[in-house]
Write a protein that binds this ligand. Structure first.
Ligand code: CTP
Ligand code: MG
Length: 222
């Protein structure tokens, strides 16, 4: 089984703000992106394609041992994924993990669960069951209660058989939030695999504070 990973890291991080996109911010001594790359390498993924914004190609701190691909063809996350898939086409892997550069802590155990699920399904994605109550709100008031029993919070990396997800992206009109949405639009089965509470996505400044506390805790564990 050959596995490659695509890390999409071409976003501008408008919700996070700051002097540089969030994946380039320092987290416990190295860029957020370097944590994501190191975690995938640590989980045994040797081939990693990093999709970067053209403005970021000469930044200090681009991780070693990865293939850098500039974003072309649009400025959506899906355009970034398509660039990554195209870069793998010459020597196509059997399986591909598609990960957000803004998630620094994808765990090795979770990655193992994802790849194992690809034996039986063309796609597999990590998710956490929703445990908080869910409400519909209107004008600042609770208008109704939403059943949460079948609802999940999606994470990345999302894992696919490479040929199947390439075909699904080829058939999709664009603008999907993630690759599970693309896979489902093409009718592919996607297994729900147990995600990881530590696998947070940095979106707002408070997420970054939490990631810094987690990174420090991890250093103390070593
Ligand atoms: N991403 C990307 N190309 C884009 C948009 C997003 O590669 N055109 C990547 C981001 O770099 C990030 C991941 O997709 O690693 C998830 O996107 P998100 O958290 O929305 O990041 P941003 O789009 O950068 O942030 P924002 O939406 O706040 O601007
Ligand atoms: Mg975004």
């Amino acid at each position: 089984m050959t596995v490659a990973a695509i890390i999409v890291a071409a976003g501008r991080g408008t919700r996070m703000g700051g002097d540089r996109p969030k994946q380039w911010r320092d987290l416990a001594g190295r860029p957020v992106l370097a944590h994501a790359v190191g975690a995938l390498q640590g989980a045994g993924v040797g081939r990693i394609v990093l999709v970067l914004h053209p403005d970021d190609l000469d930044r200090a701190g681009i991780p070693q041992g990865v293939q850098v691909v500039p974003l072309t063809g649009g400025d959506t996350r899906q355009a970034s994924v398509r660039c990554g898939l195209a870069a793998l086409a010459q020597d196509a892997p059997e399986h591909v993990l598609i990960h957000d550069g803004a998630r620094p802590f994808p765990g090795a155990a979770m990655i193992g669960r994802l790849l194992a699920a690809l034996t039986d399904h063309p796609g597999a994605a990590p998710a956490l069951a929703v445990t908080d109550a869910l409400w519909r709100g209107q004008a600042g008031l609770v208008a109704g209660v939403q059943d949460r029993t079948a609802l999940f919070r999606a994470q990345t990396p999302q894992a696919f058989r490479y040929a199947a997800i390439c075909a699904a992206h080829g058939a999709h009109p664009g603008g999907a939030a993630d690759d599970v949405e693309v896979a489902r639009a093409a009718g592919l089965d996607v297994a729900i695999v147990e995600g990881d509470e530590d696998n947070l996505k940095l979106t707002y400044p408070a997420d970054f504070d939490r990631a810094e506390r987690m990174a420090k805790g991890r250093d103390m564990d070593i």
